[in-house]
Ligand binder design. Structure first.
Ligand SMILES: Nc1ncnc2c1ncn2[C@@H]1O[C@H](COP(=O)(O)OP(=O)(O)OP(=O)(O)O)[C@@H](O)[C@H]1O
Ligand SMILES: O=C(O)C1=C[C@@H](O)[C@@H](O)[C@H](O)C1
Ligand SMILES: [Mg+2]
Length: 172
């Protein structure tokens, strides 16, 4: 069974695009962050605060493997850091996986995240200047892992519908 996996930096649109792609294709959508929250019965923010990031990364890896094991077709929106820990990037190459990196520029990410950071523990307490610096460096470090995706779609200056269309072309 095929898994369509969307990955990329926080705010690139994984959850939004995955939800819309699911409506268009009728393939069920699973958001990895939401699945972790449901299983732990805690928000991502609470898991970071109460147990720390390393524990979160362990839960994230376990949930990713669990979702890949299911026999259903599905669209999976990963967390922003998922490919960058626990060798998760190797899983993007599996034969039953269609992995798509939603590539966004620093400006796009900054503009989307600046007013919407409270639920994202890695940036929640940063001021605007700090946040731009952080995104630039972090994206540079993470690109190595994101580039293990089989496909890449640029999301800058595109509507949700345009990005969904780009992904449908990959799937065709
Ligand atoms: N063209 C667009 N495509 C996708 N998202 C957009 C677009 N324009 C604005 N947004 C907004 O960008 C924000 C970030 O999107 P979303 O939460 O889907 O990102 P994410 O990649 O799932 O982030 P995270 O890794 O933190 O879960 C949302 O508020 C969404 O509405
Ligand atoms: O980029 C990251 O490392 C994260 C992104 C979010 O999706 C969550 O998975 C969490 O806030 C960590
Ligand atoms: Mg998301």
């Amino acid at each position: 069974m095929k898994k369509i996996i969307l990955l990329g930096y926080m705010g690139c649109g994984k959850s939004t695009i995955a939800q819309n792609l699911s409506k268009t294709t009728n393939i069920p959508f699973l958001d990895l962050d939401n699945c972790i929250e449901k299983k732990a019965n805690l928000s991502i923010k609470e898991i970071f605060e109460q147990y720390g990031e390393i524990y979160f990364r362990k839960l994230e890896h376990e949930m990713f493997v669990e979702l890949l094991q299911s026999s259903e077709n599905s669209i999976i929106g990963l967390g922003g850091g998922t490919p960058c820990y626990a060798n998760n990037h190797e899983l993007l190459k599996r034969d039953d996986v269609i992995s798509v990196y939603l590539k966004a520029s620093i400006d796009t990410l900054y503009n989307r995240l600046v007013y919407n950071k409270s639920k994202r523990p890695l940036i929640a307490n940063m001021d605007e200047e700090e946040m731009r610096e952080f995104i630039a460096k972090h994206l540079f470090d993470r690109s190595f892992y994101y580039n293990h995706a089989k496909h890449k779609v640029s999301v800058d200056d595109k509507t949700v519908e345009e990005t969904v269309q780009d992904i449908l072309e990959i799937l065709a």
